[in-house]
Design a protein around this ligand. Structure first.
Ligand code: PLP
Length: 344
């Protein structure tokens, strides 16, 4: 049982289902989803496809699996994916694109949300036997490791033009695309229209315990169903989980603005200590401790000793994340703890 006195700012994945969500899960209609017979999963898939203006969607247990299914749809073995050096797909997915899909990945230097479509265009390699041909480009919205940055709509439109000109596919790791939608006011369908496939998560900030979806054309999602089964992701009475996701979409998207406001407050309080890595746009507050008197492990240990949990991303980089299980009072307490450690 987690200690209720701890303020957990490590990630927005640490949330627990609310009473309303648990009620929705307990009363969900279910069936065997490998037979396509779970009405709640089917309803969630139809809802999410419609939200993004695509024909179909497929429920998957994790964001990593949803990404990897989408990458296998886009890139045949011995072909290439381009993405940011700090992208989740090449940082935290444990070599899955290579291990499962035989996919070669090449990265542009880590720039987070500030990506330059011309740099990406210059990296694309054409078909041929002498070099690995590029088949897809993946971007992350919002961008996790860079601190929740939002790629501007104009940049994404330009990247779409680049992808079309080179006839390569465009995938969005939209684990936190809801946050981008709330921060920039871009309709989800507008984002959807720019990508061949998207993966979106219900368990990052939206409060569901589990669940992601791959979104795309009916033909792609049919193939995705096959790949999901091959990866061991065919679930049976998954409606109990899909019910949590449907509840999250109905109740927890608009409220993300509150998490963004809490992150902005935290950022404002610690900014005078010169440790803010970048401007905070959403619910992630990245810390750069290069000039601080203590490193990331020391800061995390000192904060933990006073009841605040933070993430260590590197020797001098750390991260704070706001979410629905930390209220304003908790943010005030965390601010006091962190500022007093940084001041010492
Ligand atoms: C940007 C991004 N993509 C994908 C994922 C993967 O999600 P999961 O942990 O459900 O596999 C995460 C997880 O935090 C993420 O931040």
């Amino acid at each position: 049982m987690a200690d209720p006195d701890l303020i957990d700012l490590r990630s927005d994945t640490v949330t627990r289902p609310t009473a309303g969500m648990r009620e929705a899960m307990a009363t969900a209609e279910v069936g065997d989803d490998v037979y396509g017979e779970d009405p709640t999963v089917n309803a969630l898939e139809a809802e999410v496809a419609a939200l993004f203006g695509h024909e179909a969607a497929l429920f998957a247990p994790t964001g990593s699996m949803a990404n990897q299914i989408a990458l296998q749809l886009a890139v045949p073995p011995a072909h290439e994916l381009l993405c940011d050096a700090d992208a989740h797909v090449v940082t935290y997915e444990i070599g899955a694109a290579a291990a499962y899909g035989g996919i070669s990945s090449r990265t542009w230097p880590a720039v987070g949300a500030d990506l330059d479509p011309d740099v990406v265009a210059a990296m694309i390699r054409p078909d041929g036997y002498w070099a690995v041909p590029t088949r897809a480009i993946a971007v992350e919205q919002t961008h996790n490791r860079s601190g929740g940055g939002v790629i501007p709509l104009a940049t994404l439109r330009e990247l779409r033009r680049v992808a079309d000109a080179a006839q390569v596919l465009l995938h969005c790791d939209g684990a936190r695309i809801w946050h981008a939608h709330v921060a920039d006011g871009v309709p989800l369908a507008e984002y959807g229209g720019l990508f061949d496939t998207l993966s979106v998560c219900l368990s990052k900030g939206l409060g569901a315990p589990v669940g992601s979806l791959v979104v795309g054309s009916a033909e792609k999602i049919e193939r995705a169903r096959f790949i999901r089964k091959r990866m061991g992701g065919g679930m049976r009475q998954a409606g109990v989980l899909a019910a949590a996701g449907r509840y999250a979409l109905a109740h927890h998207v608009d409220r993300l603005a509150e998490d963004h406001a809490k992150a902005a407050r935290l950022a404002e309080a610690i900014a005078p200590f010169g440790v803010l890595a970048t401007t905070v746009r959403t619910n992630l507050v990245p810390l750069d401790l290069t000039k601080a008197p203590l490193d990331a492990h020391a800061l995390a240990a000192a904060a933990r000793a006073r009841g605040v949990l933070i993430s260590v991303l590197g020797p001098r980089t750390a991260r704070l994340v706001t979410h629905m299980d930390v209220d304003d009072t908790a943010i005030d307490r965390a601010t006091d703890v962190l500022t007093s450690i940084l001041r010492a």
